[in-house]
Ligand binder design. Structure first.
Ligand code: 13P
Ligand code: SF4
Length: 302
């Protein structure tokens, strides 16, 4: 049954000159059939650099929107319209526009986990894979608002010795990883290296050997001499790590570390998307024109 769906996906994809891009958190079956699996930064670059007629994007909506901004000539189709990101929804256009009107002196830095409309209001975007590099290059004599992830913003403030203002958003999943969870995992696995995502709270980051983006975790494992790793991020990452590093052991923190939005992308819906029943990303032209600028600036700077 799964094999039938995979063969169907391959045939449909070739017939339509489509490319399947997938985030590291999607279900293993989609990771295995995708043309490229990566973090937000890698997926943005892939969207920009490919010349496919159709991009099937398996991730959450802001990622599909970013692909559309960077590859406007392609049809960007998602398997489902229902895969959102609550963190992105914590900083919507109207709220940010009102804040910006009251704080015209601020440089606005948006984590890529934002809607295209929100991006249309900001100066530059970052992903967890390039945030430190980009924020370090900003003019620090002017006030900066980092949005919407208060944890990523606080981790950057700490690393760079800054005092950026922080929007009060977070990822419920990463914010839910507690000091006690890391302490218990370390006590049970004293030989393991600890990797956590940069969306975790600063006190959790302080306990880890490395705080990274999802692609950063893959690079970290590649360079590390450790044989076992505690993985403080979404569960889809375990599959990715196990496929790429079969000789290492990866220890998840909690079975509940599941981004239900990412998991809304199923193999069945991927077939539907390739058969014309997916959700096509469309954006108003004025939003496209303004929102692409901070993304392009990010790619230039990183
Ligand atoms: P990465 O860019 O590190 O893959 O993170 C995206 C994300 O949504 C993490 O929750
Ligand atoms: Fe959004 Fe968190 Fe899911 Fe990432 S893991 S897509 S930040 S809800």
């Amino acid at each position: 049954m799964i094999q039938d769906m995979i063969s169907r996906i391959q045939k449909l994809k070739e017939a339509q000159h489509a490319v399947i891009l997938a985030h590291n958190y999607v279900v293993p079956e989609i990771q295995d059939v995708a043309d490229f699996v990566g973090d937000s930064l890698e997926l943005s670059r892939k969207a920009r650099d490919n010349n496919a007629e159709t991009i099937i994007f398996c991730g959450v909506r802001f990622m599909g929107e970013t692909a559309k901004l960077l590859c406007p000539q392609a049809r960007v189709i998602m398997p489902t319209a229902a895969a959102g990101c609550p963190m992105a929804d914590s900083c919507l256009y109207e709220g940010l526009r009102a804040w910006k009107a009251d704080h015209p002196e601020h440089t606005l830095v948006a984590y890529v986990n934002t809607t295209a409309a929100t991006k249309s209001l900001v100066d530059i975007c970052v992903t967890s894979g390039n945030a430190e590099k980009i924020v370090s290059k900003l003019d620090h004599t002017k006030p900066i608002m980092f949005l919407p992830d208060r944890n990523l913003g606080a981790n950057l403030n700490h690393r760079l010795g800054l005092n950026m203002d922080l929007w009060n958003g977070c990822c419920w999943l990463h914010n839910g990883i507690k000091v006690a969870d890391i302490a218990r995992a370390k006590a049970e696995n004293p030989d393991a290296a600890v990797m956590v995502h940069l969306e975790c709270q600063p006190e959790v980051v302080a306990m880890a050997d490395a705080a990274l983006s999802t692609a950063g975790m893959l690079k970290y494992v590649e360079k590390s001499n450790a044989k076992r790793f505690i993985v403080g991020t979404e569960s889809g990452m375990l599959h990715r790590l196990e496929v790429l590093f079969p000789d290492r052991e990866f220890i998840g923190l909690e079975p509940t570390l599941v981004c239900h939005n990412m998991k809304k992308n199923t193999l069945e819906l991927l077939v539907d998307a390739l058969e014309g029943r997916g959700y096509e990303i469309t954006l108003p032209e004025d939003i496209m024109a303004s929102a692409v600028r901070p993304i392009e600036r990010m790619l230039e700077w990183s």
